[in-house]
Design a protein around this ligand. Structure first.
Ligand code: 26Q
Length: 816
């Protein structure tokens, strides 16, 4: 079926008409927000038209459907993205211009849904985008947090968190599906019922929370395929009970309502860190239960109660262990609601679930206190116990007598429910998100499980959608690519390869460089209006943008800058490439050291930027409130991408891919997907430094080298001393003691410099100096950049999704 697109005239007419109907005004006196509304409605009409065309098609074709369960879906703004998916961006932009409007200032009116912390949530969003574009039927399932990730302000160098009330004025893109609400039960107790020689269980005395779905359509590129992102919102079941009002139980009634609705109130802002908070467990079960209940009902509607084909028609995927309670929930529904026996329910469950792990760090693995689970989810807890009993019995046959090993692998052990063990044992697939990450899972974190069933483990390297991260974020580079190789790459990401020969074309290189410069100017404009900072677009843009975490080593970057500053101060004639160091990072509000590192970066920025000598060749900028839309401006402007994690710690990283796709060269460690970026581009087109994962592993078993480095390396010693001698923040010379102390002595009896910042500092600064030199050979540098773009096709999430589908989900395309 041919897809019709609105013409420029039709778009203009529609905007004007909606302004008149909704607001009774014309373009001259409409506010920006009203114009956004009218424009977004126009685009939404187009999306919905396609949704209508697609509607019911999956059911008619009886195709398998994937439910991708994730506590986070960091989708970013929708308006511009949908214009791109409609393949009508050009007409929309022209229409806006003809109406005398600046498109990007209208896009900025859209509140950004911050329903995720970082990588894991953004990955889910890229996946849904790719699923739609590849015509694979899926539903994303998440929580409709009323408050997404906090907004960050920097006040006196410190991070301050402000609430993100993104739904304040409603959202244009969601459709409330009251009719598909589900009930989720908490608390209460379980009764055993014996009838006709059969035992069954009844959950009683529970309190009920209603899960109301809000669906956000995700349109495939140039297609009719629309997959839904289903965001569950918590509501109290009963309307405020007038009876209890009259009995004077007014406050209790309100309290109960609040208690139910608090479940979807706020996204937990910890990333890569588990905290055993009861409300978080409630959120997880709420998401899991509502999604699985819906999936089962939807299955029954199409196929009846023939559960023998359930796993052929439904795939459930858990994005990390956060929605892992979906596993016992499916068991519960199959047994308690449809009367299946344990064995049958277990087989179906195992064939249905896949699990992706996103971290190897012990502090991020979820282990819920057993008593909390028992109290909050009594029936689920019973099922977990039985899973555990059977698991331990089965493992006894494989590892007779090895109690310790079995204890490590148990779903319930040492008073906790181990979510990773549950997801591995009860699913048919476990995957890591990069090669090195999967190797570490097999060799170390989940080695015991790997011995039992090596075939369960697969490696699927992460990816990013080139539609948002190249076509939408970087229209300049995208049109250059069109000019060079035609526009087929937009549908078929592999064709980006064909760009590579153009690195030998001097005219193309010149245009490439110009596009980068214009992107730098765009970023500069945004930062000027955003936080009053302007950037020189002839400088090299050196960017580290990601969550703030010790393992990601923003501290290494900061100390590296300080070292260079010292060199310039000692030798003002030093011939260096002018360079802007940009940081973007949010820290978890309770992560003291991460917040101190933000303060440190801002203090270094003050020192450098106010120094008459240093500021001629360097500038340090901390951009406030790093988020998806800021990333869309940062990546296209970057020359250098900083990927500094301690080797072995970053499961994959996806920011590294976004930078690469936008023609930034990587400076990084051999960690996560950096390893594969190196493989893709070759050593001449990337800068690798620092300890390897093996060296890091070995170093944990040795005494720390921190003090030896301090004693023997004068430059390192000087930088360290500057942390505490008043060079930074003279009003408060003791401010950074904690950082100094952790680097040199370690904390709580732990090892000094446990992320190997001091160990890697010299190698890092050396690599940076090499880059200074190389950047100045503009031709050679641009060749590297183009090579990076051309080979970034490997990191398109379309490739990732194809792999998931071949190895795990086995979905068929739905074609109209
Ligand atoms: C868990 C329990 C309680 C509260 C919070 C959490 C929680 C929340 C978010 C735990 C972890 C996260 C997020 C993890 C994350 O973003 N991991 C990143 O996933 C990316 C996609 O695979 C990888 O590229 C990154 O390497 C990895 O750090």
């Amino acid at each position: 079926m041919a897809l019709d697109r609105l013409t420029v005239q039709e778009i203009k007419d529609s905007i004007l008409q909606k302004l008149e109907r909704n607001y009774g005004c014309d373009i001259t006196d409409a506010t920006k927000n009203q114009i956004y509304d009218a424009l977004a409605q126009t685009v939404r009409d187009e999306v919905m038209k396609r949704r209508t065309a697609y509607r019911g098609e999956r059911k008619r074709q009886r195709c398998k459907k994937l439910y991708y369960l994730s506590a986070e879906f960091l989708v970013g703004r929708a308006l511009h993205n949908n214009m791109v998916a409609l393949v009508n961006e050009h007409n929309y932009i022209v229409a806006l211009r003809e109406l005398g409007l600046d498109p990007s200032s209208i896009f900025e009116e859209e509140p950004e849904p911050g329903l995720g912390n970082g990588g894991l949530g953004r990955l889910a969003a890229c996946f849904l985008d790719s699923l739609s574009s590849l015509h694979l039927p899926a539903m994303g399932c998440t929580i409709r947090y009323e408050y997404g990730l906090f907004r960050q302000k920097i006040v006196d160098g410190y991070q301050v968190e402000l609430p993100d009330n993104w739904l304040e004025n409603g959202s244009m893109w969601e459709v409330c599906r009251m009719d598909e609400s589900q009930e989720v039960h908490f608390g209460g107790r379980v009764e055993e019922i014996h009838e006709n020689g059969k035992t069954s269980y009844r959950h009683v005395n529970y309190s009920t929370v209603q899960a109301v779905p809000y669906d956000v359509p995700t349109l495939g590129y140039d297609s009719n395929m629309v997959n839904m992102l289903r965001c569950w919102s918590a509501r109290a079941t009963k309307k405020l009970d007038m009876q209890s009002f009259n009995r004077g139980e007014y406050t209790r009634a309100i309290e109960e309502k609040e208690l139910a609705e608090v479940i979807s109130k706020v996204l937990y802002p910890e990333d890569n860190h588990y905290e055993g908070k009861e409300l978080r467990l409630k959120q997880q079960y709420f998401l899991s239960s509502a999604s699985v209940q819906y999936a089962v009902k939807d299955f029954v509607k199409v196929y009846g109660k023939d559960f023998s084909i359930f796993a052929d028609k439904v795939a459930l995927h858990v994005n990390d262990t956060h929605p892992g309670m979906a596993i016992p929930e499916l068991m519960r529904i199959l047994m308690d609601e449809y009367g299946l026996g344990w064995d049958e329910a277990e087989t179906i469950t195992k064939n249905t679930f896949g699990y992706t792990n996103h971290t190897v760090m012990a502090e991020a693995l979820e282990k819920w206190p057993e008593d909390m689970v028992a109290r909050l989810l009594p029936r689920i807890y019973m099922i977990l116990q039985e899973i555990n009993r059977r698991e331990c019995a089965a493992l006894w046959d494989v590892f007779p007598g090895q109690w310790e090993r079995i204890g490590r692998m148990a779903v319930i052990g040492y008073g906790t429910v181990n979510m990773a063990n549950l997801c591995i044992w009860m699913g048919h697939s476990v995957n890591g998100v990069s090669k090195i990450h999967t190797d570490i899972l097999k060799k170390d974190v989940f080695h015991d499980f790997y011995l039992v069933d090596p075939d369960k483990f697969t490696s699927i390297t992460n990816g990013i959608t080139h539609r948002r991260w190249l076509m939408m974020a970087n229209f300049r580079l995208s049109s250059l690519i069109d000019e060079a190789i035609g526009d087929k790459w937009r549908k078929d990401y592999e064709l980006l390869k064909d760009l590579e020969p153009f690195k030998e074309d001097a005219a193309f290189r010149e245009k490439f460089f110009e596009a980068k410069k214009l992107n730098k100017a765009r970023l500069s404009r945004r930062l000027t209006s955003w936080q009053g900072v302007s950037l020189r677009e002839d400088d090299m843009f050196d960017i580290q943008a990601k969550r703030l975490h010790e393992y990601k080593r923003q501290l290494l970057n900061a100390l590296g800058i300080l070292m260079l500053y010292n060199r310039i101060k000692d030798n003002p004639g030093l011939d260096v490439q002018p360079r802007i160091y940009i940081f973007g990072a949010k820290a978890a509000p309770g992560y003291y050291r991460a917040k101190l590192i933000i303060r440190l970066i801002n203090e270094i920025a003050k020192l450098v930027n106010n120094d008459p000598v240093a500021s001629r060749v360097m500038k340090v900028v901390f951009v406030e409130n790093y988020c998806v839309s800021l990333a869309e401006d940062l990546m296209p402007a970057a020359d250098l991408s900083e990927q500094l994690s301690t080797a072995g710690k970053e499961a994959s990283g996806t920011g590294n891919m976004k930078f690469m796709m936008n023609g930034a060269v990587t400076l990084g460690t051999l960690d996560g997907a950096n390893v594969e970026i190196l493989q893709a581009v070759g050593k001449d087109n990337i800068y690798i430094f620092g300890m390897t994962a093996e060296q890091v592993e070995a170093a944990y078993r040795q005494p720390s080298r921190a003090s030896a480095i301090f004693e023997t390396n004068a430059e390192v010693r000087r930088v360290m001393t500057q942390l505490i001698d008043g060079t930074l923040c003279p009003e408060q010379p003791g401010l950074f003691r904690d950082l100094y102390h952790s680097l040199l002595f370690g904390d709580n009896g732990g090892m000094a410099d446990s992320y190997f910042v001091l160990s890697d500092l010299s190698g890092y600064v050396k690599a940076r100096m090499q880059i200074e030199k190389d950047y100045r050979d503009r031709d050679e540098w641009v060749k590297k950049a183009i090579t990076n773009v051309a080979r970034s096709w490997i990191f398109a999430s379309d490739r990732t999704i194809k792999e998931y589908n071949e190895k795990i989900w086995h979905l068929k395309e739905v074609r109209l």
